[in-house]
Design a protein around this ligand. Sequence first.
Ligand SMILES: Nc1ncnc2c1ncn2[C@@H]1O[C@H](COP(=O)(O)OP(=O)(O)O)[C@@H](O)[C@H]1O
Ligand SMILES: [Mg+2]
Length: 593
Amino acid sequence: MNEERNESEKKKLSYKGLKRLGSLLRFMWPKKWSFFGGLAALTLSSLGTLAFPMLLGDLLDSAHPETSLNHINTLALILLGIFAANAVLSYFRIYLFAIVTQFMLASLRQTTYYHMIRLPMSFFSSRRVGELNSRISADISVLQETFTFTIAQFIRQTITIIGGISLLTLISYKLTLFMLAFVPLVAIGARIFGKAVRRLSKDAQSQVAASNVIVEETLQGISNVKAYTNESFEYNRYSDATNEVIRISLKGAKWRALFISLIVFSLFTSIVGVIWFGVYLVNQGAGLTTGDLFKFILYTLFIGASISGMADLYSQVQKAIGATDSLLDLLEEKTEEFVVEDCGKEIQIAGNVRFEHVGFSYPSRPTVPVLQDISFEVGTGKKVALVGASGAGKTTITALLFRFYDPTSGQIFLDDSPASSMQLRCLRKQMAIVPQEVLLFGGSIGENIGYGKPGASMEEIRLAAEKANALEFINAFPEGFDTLVGERGVQLSGGQKQRVAIARAILRDPRILILDEATSALDTASESLVQSALNELMKGRTSIIIAHRLSTIREADMILVIDNGRIVESGSHEELMQNNTGKYFELQQLGMK
Ligand SMILES: Nc1ncnc2c1ncn2[C@@H]1O[C@H](COP(=O)(O)OP(=O)(O)O)[C@@H](O)[C@H]1O
Ligand SMILES: [Mg+2]
């Protein structure tokens, strides 16, 4: 994917890149007054700096016995005044720009994050978490530098260059023309090298992201790494990735070094050249004073520094454009459609579920049909069990029901209206899932149950926990519902986590319930506790149960046997067992308990 991105990168005009970078300015707009204030301070202080060589030159030319002391004092005082004003202006410029940048970065981060979590599942199945993480951290940090430092420097240097050249022309147009002969040299250098630097810094960034992915993955699965004693394998993987960063970065550094030394060289060449020609002009008596020459040299230094700074800015901007590209690519990904409105009672569904000839392939593997011609109906409040070998497509059926993905062919109906015509938010509000692997968020047990219904009262949470057979173990902790779980708290057992998830689902009070192998990882003792909690949860709700255990399946109103993405048998347990050459019979023989 990175390669693809770099390919399309080369075709882009830098005008487009600048435009995209500029489009990020909209995140700054709410703080526009601070921005303009900072800009004004910057402009004034740059102008003040420009007046400095002029006044200093005049002061030098006053080094005659005839000049009045008054004149000399005035000049010195003006200079002092300018420096004092500049000090105050600098303070405001830095502070105001900091307000703007911090605000902008936070709002950019927030927008990106909010956008990211609303992207469809298909997006996440083709990206790695670490890579997305680096969009929010690394890319946005690059932009931070751009919007504080780069913009300010760019403006200051533009003023210095334009103002400086105008003032130089006033002093001596001949000398100015001579000086300007050196400028195109620097400009051409900037164009050639800037390009190479841009490409390499982008490569280095992707490579850093790739190495971060490794760290994240291994830390998340650290127990696996240790259990398989793959520490050195992971270390090698990480070393390879980080060594690649070194290689690419050094390649970039080589070009940057060349770039900067060339510019420094041309800068000094031009200064020597200008001084030489200026001294020549003074010698020839062309109306140039020593003070003028002094002014001229100072301005040339200013301008030279600004131009070389510009070249540095140029590569900084290119780096920013690279970061903007990745970020905007992400922001331009289409999110799931959420119309943020309250799904009132009128959209409440009863809970009838019907699949009509549903076919499906995952977007990441469009040629592999995962489901084919799936048709079934579950009446309101009924239970259907999906059984079949692992990889048969059971979880995929439930994913379609949640509309994590839409069917490739066929349709899903809820209460006779097509699921595809319903608001995603409203549809998902009617459903709850108890998965095999329960993920608890870092926080208290109470908060984790409350996740099922934001804003639930403590009493509601307690009641849900009671129905889920979870009250007893929760109360056994000294801090009860406030007990922290996850990284910095207690580790719950599989059965306990399951019951927290069930309480969460009870609190949600869904019309349609999905149990995806909710009891398959449990021992017999916790299974019976979880099972009775599940029975409580399933009461009066349409339930889709994916299970291996006979005890769970027996209760179902209908069993669908899935094999290789198709429904191969359906009926009640007794009906299916009558066919002793059938798939269900075979599965039973293989060891459902
Ligand atoms: N996100 C995904 N992207 C691509 N293929 C997937 C994805 N999830 C599952 N699959 C594939 O779809 C098939 C059905 O998977 P799944 O529905 O999880 O099976 P089950 O739940 O019955 O074990 C498997 O071949 C699996 O490899
Ligand atoms: Mg599954």
